[in-house]
Write a protein that binds this ligand. Structure first.
Ligand SMILES: NC(=O)N[C@@H](CC(=O)O)C(=O)O
Ligand SMILES: [Zn+2]
Length: 426
């Protein structure tokens, strides 16, 4: 006996919404069609919602082990499921950081217990993310990591990055980079180094602190042949470098966050609410335009949230001292649907691809496709109901979002991971 997702809509290749029913058995899609005889199967009413392949988020911070007051694997995986994400890749800036087989195993076990979204941990590039010594790439790979990254900090040493890429290439693992040159940072700087920071009399974070690493690493990726992926791209110069790298045949991909696509530094409220503080910072209006252009011309491969929960107490420390980061799992799809698809900037198919097949293709994940035989990772999205973003309803422990009160359509109402319903609000 299986489950039929009935009364749903499917995006066909032409991007049209057509009626669909999907039969899931033993964790796989076994039939798709306009109507499937119910027989002994359970029938779930999708109420005319879009059924998409489960969304994939290659950039989340789950905080466990070490920072369970901000988020746990369970709350983070639940937040992801509520946001329509069936696969999430979690970053290594935990305590201890994900630099050992034990910690990878711990996270995989906890995620299995939680039974929500599928969690695939990143392994750190360097021991304790200190940039001094490479971790055991072979051991981490065998333990089940997604890719290697020191996200949270940049790998400062060029020689260390080159060594990491050479070793990763040999093992067939991707190198994923938080691009930030610490030499160019001023302590306490929180906003983009531009007019807005200047007006507030604050030190800024320059675009070059990101783009210099992007440029350096693309040259190293060209030389080593590794698959190199740039996290949360924010500066127009970085977009240009990735575009040029792709043209030159370098195996480079990158992601952008919903907040960098939607906001720029001019949107930051005068009271400098710290829910607008994240790393990289919201950059200028032109940077934002370059990100949208890069998304449209294929330079930017995917959208990832950089879900980064912090407590309200931590965020109450003022712009200079509050931690960087905002939550994103539960607001990504509605924000992007409302502000890019409804406005005609992207088609629904383009948006869905950027959150499913494109991240899967870049990293060789066996998910992200809606077809018979595929793993039954599915997301049902209500494209009609309008609701305000309300942090009080989040499953995440973090409520740190600049989007509270925004009206959105496009709410994920059901999430299925390997045939099991992990979130249902329909
Ligand atoms: N993106 C963020 O603003 N914060 C991240 C770490 C980081 O990438 O700086 C976090 O872990 O909180
Ligand atoms: Zn980062």
């Amino acid at each position: 006996m299986g489950t039929i997702l009935g009364n749903g809509k499917l995006l066909n290749h032409a991007g049209e919404l057509i009626p669909v029913e999907i039969l899931v058995e033993d964790g796989r899609i076994v039939a798709m069609g306009e109507s499937i005889p119910q027989g002994a199967h359970e029938w779930v009413d999708c109420k005319g919602g879009l059924i998409s392949a489960g969304l994939i988020d290659v950039h989340v911070h789950l905080r466990e082990p070490g920072f369970e007051h901000k988020e746990t694997i369970e709350t983070g995986a639940k937040a992801a499921a509520r946001g329509g994400f069936t696969t999430i890749c979690c970053m290594p800036n935990t305590r201890p950081s994900i630099d050992s087989v034990e910690t990878v195993t711990y996270i995989l076990d906890k995620a299995r217990e939680a039974g929500m979204a599928r969690v695939i941990p990143y392994g750190a590039i360097t021991v304790r993310q200190l940039g001094k010594e490479l971790t055991d790439f072979t051991g981490l790979k065998e333990a089940g990591i997604f890719a290697l990254t020191d996200d949270g900090v940049g790998v400062q040493s060029t020689a260390m990055m080159k060594k990491a890429m050479q070793a990763a290439k040999e093992l067939g693992i991707s190198i994923v980079a938080h691009c930030e040159d610490d030499d160019l940072l001023i302590p306490g700087a929180a906003l983009h180094d531009g007019e807005v920071a200047k007006r507030h009399g604050l030190p800024g974070i320059p675009s070059e602190s990101e783009s210099i690493h992007v440029g350096r690493d693309i040259l190293l990726a060209e030389q080593t042949g590794v698959h190199y992926h740039v996290c949360h791209i924010s500066a127009k110069e970085s977009v240009r470098l990735v575009r040029d790298g792709k043209r030159a045949g370098v195996n480079v991909t990158c992601e952008v966050t919903p907040h960098h696509l939607l906001l720029c530094d001019e949107d930051i409220p005068e009271n400098l609410d710290t829910n607008w503080k994240m790393n990289p910072p919201l950059r200028s209006r032109e940077d934002r335009a370059a990100l949208i252009a890069g998304l449209k011309d294929g330079t930017i491969d995917m959208i990832a949230t950089d879900h980064a929960p912090h407590t309200a107490e931590e965020k109450a420390n003022g712009m200079a001292r509050a931690p960087f980061g905002i939550v994103g799992s539960e607001t990504a799809f509605p924000l992007l649907y409302t502000h890019f698809v409804q406005t005609g900037e992207l088609t629904l198919k383009e948006l869905v691809d950027l959150l499913t097949i494109k991240p899967a293709a870049a990293f060789g994940l066996p998910y992200g496709r809606l077809e018979v035989g595929a793993v039954a990772d599915l997301t049902v999205i209500d494209l009609e109901t309008e609701k305000k973003i309300d942090p009080a309803t989040f499953a995440s422990k973090g409520t740190n979002t600049p989007f509270a009160g925004w009206d959105c359509k496009g709410w994920p109402v059901m999430t299925m991971v390997e045939g099991k319903i992990v979130h249902q609000d329909v």
